[in-house]
Design a protein around this ligand. Sequence first.
Ligand SMILES: [Zn+2]
Ligand SMILES: [Zn+2]
Length: 277
Amino acid sequence: MTAAGAWVCPACGTSYPPSATPPSSCAICEDERQWVPPAGQRWATTVELAQSGHRSELREVEPGLLGIGVEPELGVGHRALLVQTPAGNVLWDPPAFVDEQAIEAVRELGGVRAVSSSHPHMYGAIVEWSHAFDAAILLPEADVPWLMRPDPAVRAYSGALAVVPGVTLVQCGGHFPGSAVLHWSAGAAGAGVLCSGDTIFVTPGEDRVTFLWSAPNRLPLPEREVRGVADAVEPYPFDRIYGGWWEPVVRGDAKRVFERSAERYVEILRGELTARG
Ligand SMILES: [Zn+2]
Ligand SMILES: [Zn+2]
């Protein structure tokens, strides 16, 4: 981390390069999928965030999967997941702030070989993590322009990318053209896990998932895009889905839950509103 600290937009959690003065506006907030606070754009450096009490929060999510959040929440309030494998660890969806105890905890677990995110609202401190561990930043080519803090460690991919044995990034599209999920084959005791950010939203009852082009602005995802997400994940076995937050989680039977939810979503887009149980 630099002494000055990167600029963070607290409303969306996007990081911008360290500089004497903050950016003039936040391109992520001004995009139709997000929102500018009615009181106007604000900025904080990572140093100021630490001074105001922000801390990383670590929790084991399941064996081999460490969650790394931030308290108090920043931006969309998501947490990262560190997928641990014998061939190296992959960090997914980092929030905008990370402290030294989180970096040290991850170092003890073997560090980070590569860092990636589901989409631009969850890029967060991706560059800080890369610098701390000399880790590659893996981003879908379609969304690279949304990384507001360009870095030479970025490696673009398209479609699916096997990062280490058992961990695959899968570009699904939808919310963003590069919206992706991470498939972890050893997760859920070997039944397979999807880490979905908000490419696939888990709903509060943990028995459905949904799709949105914009969550805060309640804009739905068109049928063609929903089908694109379904086609992209179809080849991968999974029994559990972790969205971008600590909860909710689809804890079991997730593939069936996903397929049923996608089918129902398309029915409703087409106007079939008769309620089903
Ligand atoms: Zn913003
Ligand atoms: Zn988002």
